[in-house]
Design a protein around this ligand. Structure first.
Ligand SMILES: [Zn+2]
Length: 273
């Protein structure tokens, strides 16, 4: 029934390789929904989606799911979208907070080829960081700057010479002048932790999410003959930001070595590193 669906991507990506890849996605808000859909469109064949929240009116204007999904659990709603793009994909939707998964989190991470961290707060990213370090599974995280003026995509490739999420964040906090606010993520949560503080256009969130999806795809395809990403961090701007982006659509690639003394990854590294 779906014969011919992949002919527009064949030759560009290894469809057979992606069909066998399993991606865990934590956070199915506006950014996460775009990341997942793009991976499904590229041919990724297996997903585990984790989010405890339901679609609300305020989500409709930025989320890939529209008002037909109001009241649905977000993981279930995005799973439904995947099935209409890639019906052969295996999708498990888990309506739960990632902190409530207990030992199951380690099992799912260990079974995954990649983890996409798309949550709108920091603590789940730290939890995923530790789980990915333990299982040596690559992870890609993203954050959108307040008012959607740009964002950052962080890849932790999982190798012994690669930084963990905590390593990268410690360097970014010291060196990159992040614009306004300091809790910057897909939900664009205000400094007081509310979801109402910062407006942002869906297209600006989506632009960062598309970069996030592309970095996920490059990571899944690493070693299959394509070009790898020579960076651990991608900064992308949608507007000019003093000290960070000299013009709209400016971007930068950064390498971040593992940080000596990083409390998150030190237990998982040989003493000499
Ligand atoms: Zn670290």
């Amino acid at each position: 029934m779906t014969a011919g669906r992949w002919e527009r991507v064949e030759g560009l990506v290894d469809v057979g390789h992606l069909r066998d890849r399993h991606v865990l996605v934590v956070g199915l808000g506006s950014g996460g929904s775009t990341v997942v859909l793009e991976l499904a469109r590229a041919g990724v064949g297996r997903f585990t989606l984790v989010d405890p929240d339901r679609m609300e009116e305020r989500n409709v204007i930025r989320h890939e799911c529209d008002d037909r999904y109001l009241g649905w659990n977000k993981a279930e709603a995005v799973a439904d979208l995947i099935r209409h793009r890639n019906p052969e994909a295996s999708v498990e939707a888990v309506s739960a907070n990632v902190f409530d998964l207990g030992g199951r989190l380690g099992e799912v991470v260990g079974d995954a080829d990649l983890v996409a961290g798309c949550t709108d707060v920091e603590p789940p990213k730290s939890l995923l960081d530790r789980a990915c370090l333990a299982a040596r599974v690559p992870a890609v995280y993203a954050g959108v700057y307040e008012r959607g003026v740009g964002g950052e995509v962080i890849r932790c490739a999982g190798g012994p010479a690669d930084p963990c999420y905590a390593c990268v964040m410690s360097v970014l906090k010291e060196s990159a002048p992040v614009p306004a606010g300091d809790d910057l993520d897909y939900g664009m949560v205000a400094a007081d932790g509310t979801l109402h503080g910062a407006p942002g256009l869906g297209l600006d969130v989506r632009l960062v999410a598309l970069v996030h999806a592309k970095v996920c795809l490059l990571t899944l395809l690493a070693g299959t003959g394509g070009e790898d990403l020579p960076a651990d961090v991608v900064l992308v701007g949608t507007a000019r930001v003093d000290g960070l982006f000299s013009r709209p659509f400016a971007s930068a690639l950064l390498r971040v070595p593992p940080q000596e003394g990083c409390l998150a990854c030190r237990p998982f590294r040989p003493a000499a590193v």
